[in-house]
Design a protein. Structure first.
Length: 323
């Protein structure tokens, strides 16, 4: 009896199959299918500020080992955030205005994944120091604006009534004229603007003359007579020195030295001498002028009337007086 080897039988069957294939018969070889394509996005959600940009990474799993799908990106509210695809690696999102949007990454094979984005204003508050102030004409004040949250940057602009104050690009306020002014400060950052009002009260400068005292209060003179008018001016410290001048309402009756105050009686009548003290303006004081008057009466010469002339005895030389 002939022995049969199991291993030999297997080899024989395999060789037979090869022979059949060589003779032209089809042979089916099993192929393992690709894993299903799935997408994931990181981060799955984000909070952004206006002006910021964030890259969202998109990971593709499954599909063929080479020649995988491409990625397209979209924003459900394009006015809130714009988006651009980064090839097959993700989406770049730029925050535009405050709001909420959904960023969707879609594979060319149809699969998609989404991330929620909340956009907040780049700035949420504005503080200006000081919030109110009182100034005298010519004084200056530095405004110091700051935005919230702390650390954010912004550009500042200033609106103001130019007749009362001026404000530089750096926030330096200069008082120009008395009155009430409202300065509107605007902070702008990444498309977001916030305003804050500052109340400024401008008062006039103090005058440079406090008092003017003139002596005497009145004069009575005879023609040809003279008298001195005195003027005493008191001024605050730092005011320009006042100049004192004298004028006469009737120089033909009583003349006066313009700067000396010496009065001379010229003819009968009445004249008013006006004494004026004037101080110029400077940075700390307004121009000032005070006046006072002195009445001058010039009397007419006394009239002398000779009613009668009586001649007395006349003496003659060497003899008795005639009677």
């Amino acid at each position: 009896m002939q022995l049969f080897s199991r291993n030999k039988a297997i080899v024989a069957l395999s060789l037979g199959a090869l022979a059949l294939g060589a003779c032209g018969d089809d042979v089916t070889v099993p192929v393992t299918p690709n894993a299903p394509i799935t997408l994931s996005i990181t981060p799955p959600s984000a909070s952004m500020n206006v002006g910021e940009a964030v890259n969202f990474a998109v990971q593709i799993t499954g599909g063929p080992a080479t020649g995988g799908p491409t990625i397209a990106c979209s924003s459900s509210t394009a006015t809130v955030a714009s988006v651009a695809a980064l090839g097959t690696t993700g989406c770049r999102v730029t925050a535009l205005t405050a709001g909420i949007t959904t960023i969707t990454a879609t594979a060319s094979t149809g699969q998609s994944v989404a991330a929620n984005v909340t956009v907040s204003p780049s700035i949420t508050g504005l503080t200006v120091t000081p919030s109110a102030a009182s100034l005298q004409v010519n004084q200056t004040l530095q405004l110091a604006p700051s935005v919230q949250p702390a650390g954010r940057t912004a550009t500042y602009s200033y609106a103001f009534p130019a007749a009362i104050v001026s404000v530089s690009n750096t926030g330096l306020v200069t008082a120009l004229a008395p009155g009430a002014a409202t300065i509107v400060v605007t902070a702008t950052s990444a498309g977001t603007s916030i305003t804050q009002a500052v109340a400024i009260t401008v008062t006039a400068l103090p005058t440079g003359i406090a008092t003017l005292n003139v002596t005497p209060a009145a004069l009575a003179l005879a023609i040809g007579g003279t008298a001195q008018i005195g003027a005493n001016v008191t001024q605050p410290s730092g005011a320009p020195t006042a100049a004192v001048t004298y004028t006469s309402s009737a120089m033909t009756i009583a003349s006066v030295g313009l700067t000396t105050g010496l009065v001379t009686a010229v003819a009968p009548g009445t004249a008013i001498i006006t004494v004026t003290a004037a101080s110029a303006a400077n940075t700390n004081f307004a121009a000032a002028s005070l006046s006072s008057s002195v009445a001058v009466t010039v009397a007419a010469p006394a009239n002398v009337t000779i009613a009668e002339v009586t001649q007395g005895p006349v003496a003659s030389s060497g003899g008795p007086a005639n009677t």
